[in-house]
Each structure stands twice: as structure tokens, then as C-alpha cells.
Write a protein that binds this ligand. Sequence first.
Ligand SMILES: Cc1cc2nc3c(=O)[nH]c(=O)nc-3n(C[C@H](O)[C@H](O)[C@H](O)COP(=O)(O)O)c2cc1C
Length: 189
Amino acid sequence: MADFFDLLKTRRAVRKFKDEPVDHDLVMEIIRDSCLAPSGGNRQSWRFIVIHDQDLIRRVSDDSKANLIADLDRNPESSARPYETALRNPNFNVFYNAPCLVIICGPLSSRSVVVDCALAAAYFMFSAAARGLGTCWVDLGARIQEPALIEEIGLPPDHRIVAPIIIGHPAFIPGVPSRNEPKVLKVLP
Ligand SMILES: Cc1cc2nc3c(=O)[nH]c(=O)nc-3n(C[C@H](O)[C@H](O)[C@H](O)COP(=O)(O)O)c2cc1C
């Protein structure tokens, strides 16, 4: 198993996967590791939806894309503008044809839902990297709205998606993208 400090470098956003399924038991082990994350008041307001079905992953991608494109069409300030070319390409799968998608979501009633799920997502990505798997948090896949699709994937109406994460056997692990120097605003003796 990788040393933790190596892991900080080997956990990268992976967007190209081998044509190989991910074992469901392994995904469950990674989910169990995610639940070791800290959470507000130990509320653990994370829930997980695991999708192995390629056709369903594609349909989640298509619905999210359609909603992002609709936003691009009506809103000049759309946050999706930097991704417009890719989103308008009908062949673009926001989930990069990954073999598995894990959606981390949680109840809207929990005031720490976003932070709890984001921490679980970080643990998920590190646990997967330690096991030689690649992941990428794909926010472009979070905009699903089609009621039938929401019901099919099992997202309860009073829950929100925080982190859709793809997982698979990486075709390769990219290098560390450049990082800014830490912006330490003040050091007080
Ligand atoms: C909140 C969040 C949303 C992201 N959304 C996307 C996305 O929609 N598509 C994508 O390809 N990568 C997405 N990423 C991955 C980032 O682009 C990636 O983490 C960043 O470029 C740094 O690369 P690294 O993870 O290898 O350090 C997202 C990452 C985070 C944390």
C-alpha cells in the first residue's frame, strides 16, 4: 500500500480507464473507508448511489448535459461556459465512459450535508488511489433533473447530489497539475 505522502501525489483526477469493470465488493470497501471521514456533529450525512450500468451512466450524463446546455442557452453568465464546446459535442460523456459511477449525496435537512459529503468524497478518492484505482469528481454530472431518471437511480426527493465520482482501473495516472504557492495571509507568532 502506498505511503500516505506518496498517496497525496498519486491521487489524481483520472479521466481515461481500462475497459474493465470494477468489482462491487471493492467499491463497497472504498465506501466504508469514506465513512471514516469527519462530519459535522458526527451526523455522517453522506449517502451513496453506485451505478455499474454503462447505459444508465450515459443517461445520467445526457440529462446533466441537457440541463447545462439549457442554462448556457438562456444565461450569458452560465458557469458551464468554459465547458461549452465539450458539452455541445453529442459524443461527449461527462463521465468519460468510466465503468462505475458513485454519487455521494445527502439529506437537505442536514446543515453539514455539503461539507460532510465533500469530506467523504476526499476519503473515497484517497482510498481508491491506495487500492490502485482512479477517480475523478465530475461536477458536470450533478445537474440531473429528469424525474424518472432521479427515481431510477434512487435519489430521494429531499436529498441533493454533492459529489458524482467516477471510478475505474486507470489507463494511466497523470502527473500532478501545477499548484499555486500556498497563500498564507498572515503568520502570527
Ligand atoms: C468540486 C470539483 C468538481 C470537479 N468537476 C469536474 C468535472 O466536472 N469534470 C472534470 O473532468 N473534472 C472535474 N474535477 C476534477 C478537477 O478538474 C481536478 O481535481 C483538478 O484539475 C486538479 O487535478 P488533480 O485532481 O489531479 O489534482 C472536479 C474537481 C472538484 C474538486
